[in-house]
Design a protein around this ligand. Sequence first.
Ligand SMILES: Nc1ncnc2c1ncn2[C@@H]1O[C@H](COP(=O)(O)OP(=O)(O)OP(=O)(O)O)[C@@H](O)[C@H]1O
Length: 204
Amino acid sequence: MESSASFRPLVVVGPSGVGKGTLIKKVFDKYVDKFSFSVSYTTRDPREGEENGVHYHFIDHEQFQKMEDEDGFIESCNVHTKKYGTAVCELDRIKSEKKIPVLDIDVQGATKVNSKGIDSVFIFIKPTDSEDIEEVRKILSDRLHGRGTENEEQIQGRIDQAAGEIEAFQNSDFFTYTLINDDLEKTTERLFEIMEKEYEQEFK
Ligand SMILES: Nc1ncnc2c1ncn2[C@@H]1O[C@H](COP(=O)(O)OP(=O)(O)OP(=O)(O)O)[C@@H](O)[C@H]1O
């Protein structure tokens, strides 16, 4: 896929509950019509309130396999028995709208985007600068309970995955920025500074 200065995706990575969705929304609200969310494809079932084409493109295993066989994904992965992927056609759609794609994916996905040579702004978001995993778990637990969109079992599953996500991050060296989201207002300000620096041309 062609990559150019006006098409550098913004790739936001971090454990569940760290604030990715919240921060991405701040970017959309401030830079109206500049960014567009890359809607992933998945074989999992839609949850209540999720809309096809908005939250995900919901497809079956056969369709997913066909897209994989045709090199239709920039990156794809398995989570338990379900598949998730960022489609080439989705990024092409955003490019044709002359907008900057925003990818909310995991470290493995970001690693694949990087290894494909797609010039991107990679941002990893951490909940605290502490290395104490118990502290990390407590913060994410409080935030996910506060958000209230998952049941207890799902929250525990997400928190268990967080340690793996942070560990995978420690072993990756391509992230352009690391943000510590311990204070939403300050993190938002820092994120806007990064956007102004990285997308100066696009905002003109
Ligand atoms: N700095 C912060 N301090 C306290 N609470 C925060 C902070 N940033 C975000 N939150 C809150 O934490 C909760 C989780 O945030 P959010 O939904 O953005 O996480 P996420 O990283 O997108 O998670 P997921 O990957 O599960 O979608 C939300 O209720 C949000 O309002």
